[in-house]
Design a binder for this molecule. Structure first.
Ligand code: SF4
Ligand code: SF4
Length: 173
């Protein structure tokens, strides 16, 4: 599924329908903090972390199943996430998107949050957006806050930190 951006300017009603679309066929970028939180629940990073080139440094992404490109933590029976209480920050942002630049979508406008400027979008193709039986209301402030967290954590995610984290996890075993 491709992200179809619509400007996100007002709170929207949302309920995840567990259709799997956002947990399959896309890179789920992981920060060191994400990896640590998941590893602390007993999962071995070797089983869920992949490395991919990303500009001038290595990026860490979630491993996926070969047969359907679904995330290794997606439960095909229930459609739910097996690590919902500690899923990566990027999964908590989706089906929204935080950008530092406008994407050129009709109706978009900058959103100021904590002295910073963003362009926020939601994915029009997510069936849970504007659900008739919403589970929650998502605000632009919440998403901008997660965007800041993701950006900050990703900046400090590198190979050196990853190797150090593996050593620490080994010592705890
Ligand atoms: S967030 Fe949207 S696209 Fe993702 S599983 Fe839920 S309903 Fe489907
Ligand atoms: S960690 Fe959970 S929410 Fe994130 S892609 Fe995997 S199954 Fe989906």
């Amino acid at each position: 599924m491709r992200f179809k951006p619509k400007p996100f300017k007002e709170p929207v009603k949302f309920r995840c329908l567990y259709c799997l679309d956002c947990c399959r066929g896309r890179f789920i970028y992981l920060t060191l903090k994400d990896i640590q939180k998941i590893a602390e629940a007993g999962y071995d990073p070797q089983d869920f972390v992949l490395m991919v080139p990303g500009g001038d440094k290595v990026r860490f992404v979630m491993a996926y199943r070969e047969w359907d490109l679904g995330c290794v933590f997606h439960d095909p029976e229930t459609g739910k996430c097996r690590i919902h209480d500690r899923n990566p920050v990027i999964c908590r942002i989706y089906p929204f998107m935080v950008s530092r630049k406008p994407l050129g979508v009709e109706g978009e406008e900058p959103f100021e949050y904590k002295g910073e400027r963003f362009w926020l979008y939601y994915d029009e193709s997510c069936p849970g957006i504007n659900s008739e039986e919403p589970e929650m209301v998502i605000t632009p402030e919440e998403i901008a806050g997660l965007g800041i967290e993701f950006e900050h954590e990703l900046e400090t995610t590198d190979m050196e930190g990853f190797l150090k984290l593996l050593e620490e996890l080994d010592r705890e075993d």
